[in-house]
Design a protein around this ligand. Structure first.
Ligand code: ATP
Ligand code: MG
Length: 261
């Protein structure tokens, strides 16, 4: 087996179509479509709530376009087709150990560029985490970043919010207000990105027990990762009160670019 190949990339070398997994009533397939390798999400559940979520993910993907988002090629009630990204997730990189600061900054730069775009479109991602960041050709470069998985996103322009009242997300990356059920605040994405940055630099997220922190009870945060030059920026992303964080992705991006490592 070739080193550095993701299970998805390996699957593509097998006979297509290949089922890569199954999550929440949705199958993930690697396949060929119009002569190109694609990643397909296929809804197999008949549950109306899951159908509604799937439709929401398709709608939101369908109206967005940015070089660091994977474009939606085709959409039906039961199928979402994307170009297959050959590479790995940021999670797979972190599993091999902390990311070098200069490389982590390059990835953050790309993620922030996408976030500036998403927030200007009235979309908050609400599920930023290393599993939802792909790196084309396994490269830790700004232009290789692909933000994926708009399954939890909030769209200010949509007539209703599929996820209203739900407490969905991954506790490590969930902003305290998001945990309380607040939807659509771009500053929740700033918080999640701060956790993601910390996770990349340290190899672990800030809180071993994020629920203690989210519930406002006992919470022991790990030591701030090095380098020192990035620590004020990390701190500012992770405040409990959104008013104390960077107020926009553009503001955080400017701060990131002004850091000298
Ligand atoms: N376009 C793509 N090309 C290749 N692999 C992809 C692509 N999109 C997603 N993947 C892989 O599939 C995984 C799941 O995708 P995604 O996060 O969009 O789905 P999900 O239904 O939200 O599942 P999960 O609950 O695991 O997040 C990703 O972490 C990534 O490894
Ligand atoms: Mg995901």
């Amino acid at each position: 087996m070739m080193p550095g190949m993701t299970s998805a990339a390996r699957a593509l070398t097998a006979e297509s179509p290949t089922c890569l997994g199954f999550r929440g009533g949705v199958e993930h397939h690697a396949d060929q479509w119009q002569g190109q390798p694609v990643f397909m999400k296929i809804l197999s559940s008949g549950d109306p709530e899951q159908q509604e979520r799937f439709s929401h993910e398709g709608q939101i993907n369908g109206r967005l376009s940015h070089p660091l988002l994977v474009p939606l090629l085709e959409r039906s009630a039961r199928n979402l087709t994307f170009p297959f990204v050959q590479g790995c997730t940021l999670r797979e990189v972190i599993e091999d150990g902390p990311v070098a600061p200069a490389q982590a900054v390059r990835v953050m730069d790309g993620l922030l560029q996408v976030l500036v775009y998403l927030h200007a479109q009235g979309v908050t991602h609400h599920d930023l985490k290393p599993e939802n960041v792909m790196l084309a050709d396994n490269r830790l470069e700004t232009c290789a970043v692909r933000l994926i998985d708009l399954g939890m996103a909030h769209d200010r322009r949509a007539s209703s919010d599929t996820h209203a009242g739900t407490r969905m997300g991954t506790p490590h990356f969930m902003a305290p207000e998001q945990f309380q059920g607040v939807r659509g605040d771009p500053r929740s994405d700033i918080y999640a990105l701060g956790v993601l940055f910390w996770d990349a630099l340290a190899g672990v997220p800030p809180y071993a027990d994020p629920l203690g922190w989210l519930l406002g009870s006992r919470a022991v945060r790990g030591p701030l990762p090095l380098p020192l030059a990035l620590q004020p920026l990390l701190e500012r992303c992770l405040h409990r009160d959104p008013a104390d964080r960077f107020q926009s992705a553009a503001e955080l991006l400017a701060a990131l670019r002004s850091v000298r490592l």
